[in-house]
Design a protein around this ligand. Structure first.
Ligand code: AMP
Ligand code: ZN
Length: 113
């Protein structure tokens, strides 16, 4: 499963991506189809299909704090930003490797579509 997974392949460097930051646990790269001036995906190096399969609170917490760090580096922390996990069909999840969307640089609507 992880062998053919798109985001596992990006993590391993087999598919190019615009990486913005990485550490031993997380990799962050720009979304190929950005929905805001800043649209970064933060993923764990470890393959986890979605939030439904996540077991490790530290892994999920690291994604959130990694996104907050990137928001500061992108200059959107004070203005505000949105972080989103899409999970399964009703949320429109299309890539089944856990990822946290970091969106900012424009006013966000609420409720989300
Ligand atoms: P989701 O719909 O929550 O599963 O989000 C998947 C996201 O991955 C979408 O916003 C896509 O635009 C993005 N995406 C798909 N393929 C790539 C890729 N090769 N590099 C960067 N982002 C991608
Ligand atoms: Zn994967």
């Amino acid at each position: 499963m992880a062998d053919g997974c798109l985001f596992c392949r990006i993590v391993r460097g087999e598919i190019p991506a615009k990486k913005v930051a990485e550490d031993e646990h997380c990799v962050a790269f720009r979304d190929i189809n950005p929905q805001a001036p800043t649209h970064v995906l933060v993923v764990p190096r470890e393959h986890v299909a979605s939030l439904n399969e996540a077991k490790d609170p530290a892994l999920v917490g690291r994604l959130a704090l990694f996104a907050a760090r990137i928001a500061r580096e992108e200059g959107i922390a004070d203005g505000g930003y949105r972080t989103v996990f899409n999970t399964n069909a009703d949320a429109g999840q299309t890539v089944f490797h856990l990822h946290l969307h970091l969106l900012g640089g424009r006013q966000m609507g609420w409720p989300p579509g």
